[in-house]
Design a protein around this ligand. Sequence first.
Ligand code: SAH
Length: 262
Amino acid sequence: MLIKPKKSLGQNFLIDKNIIEKIVSISKISNKDVLEIGPGTGNLTEYILREKPSKIILIEKDKILYDQLQLKFQNNIEIRNEDILKVNEKNISKKKLIVFGNLPYNISTKIVCNWVLKLEKNFWFSELILMFQKEVADRVISKINDTNYGRLSIFLNWKMNIRKVFDISPNCFYPKPKVHSTLVHFFPKKDYFKIKESKNLEKITRIFFNQKRKKIKNPLKQLFVNYKDISENLKLDLNLRPQNLSLETYCKIVREYEKLRS
Ligand code: SAH
């Protein structure tokens, strides 16, 4: 490879062709619009193109890679030299997008949380196929009562159906990352629990999970003077811990909190 991978941009390129084929085959790309974030040297892009999307947009932060991608691909491709964290996702395309991203892991988590928490009725994507560090993916897909269950899973499962696709070994990348990776597939839910503002869900879950090992009586007391009535209405057992409350229950607590402020 002629390019020296930049650690600062989390550049670990997929080089295992079998894995790339498997990634591309999990979605029906033909005649759909696709967005790929962090395409790097275009390894995944090549395989996406074989499936004949109607359009593909690439967003790559690294100028050197961007220039290379311009040379490598021509027709039917829109390439943008931008930082995905600074892009207004709603202006990327008029059509719903299938999004692929093998990005630096910290960025995958940040953007997916941003996007999902901000999402209103009209989702701008139809699915997201994103790579995470395995441990982070375990948190994303964890369910109530799991040790990994926490804010990340609550935020993302709130509006998304989430499926683990498969784990990917460090050997499939160049340079080899120190960690294992997991591919995760997200689909917007048709219906989700409505609250007024997502930042209240962030706030409430922060208060609960800051005291992860304590009983939920503590955070409830901190939030509501009438915490006893509220727990009765919501049928909450005060001896439970934050990990034992479902996503729906957190949303109901948020609603109570929002009632107080309105
Ligand atoms: N998807 C490619 C490259 C993976 S490496 C493959 O699988 O082979 C991660 C890529 O994300 C690199 O090309 C890096 O330059 C790019 N990147 C890192 N931060 C980014 C950001 N904030 N916005 C857009 N691209 C980014």
